[in-house]
Design a protein around this ligand. Structure first.
Ligand code: SF4
Length: 98
């Protein structure tokens, strides 16, 4: 069951990037380098807990609790509007249309 963090944000969030809209500017990598990283194609991808880049289309990774605020900030500020932070039920916590 999800539990609140200190910031009041629910645990159990997952994040994905739609690379089709990524500009490659790197804002997300600056905000949360443990979650986002550029691949050789210049676009940003999410990383799992082992730091492995997830390059499959639509790949999602859990958002570590200490990084929830940074990941949500990245989604709010993403120039490409292509970072989706999803709650356990699949609804959007942050990102396009949230
Ligand atoms: S902030 Fe958005 S547009 Fe910029 S590199 Fe990250 S995912 Fe791509």
């Amino acid at each position: 069951m999800a539990s609140p963090t200190n910031s009041g944000v629910l645990a159990g969030l997952r994040v994905r990037i739609d690379q089709a809209s990524c500009t490659g500017d790197g804002l997300c990598v600056q905000r949360a380098p443990d979650v986002f990283e550029h691949d050789i194609d210049g676009l940003a991808y999410v990383k799992n807990a082992d730091g492995e880049l997830q390059t499959a289309p639509g790949a999602r990774v859990p958002v570590p609790l200490p990084l929830v605020d940074a990941v949500i900030d990245a989604a709010d500020e993403c120039p490409g509007d292509c970072i989706y932070v999803e709650r356990p039920d699949g609804t959007l916590e942050a990102g396009p249309g949230s």
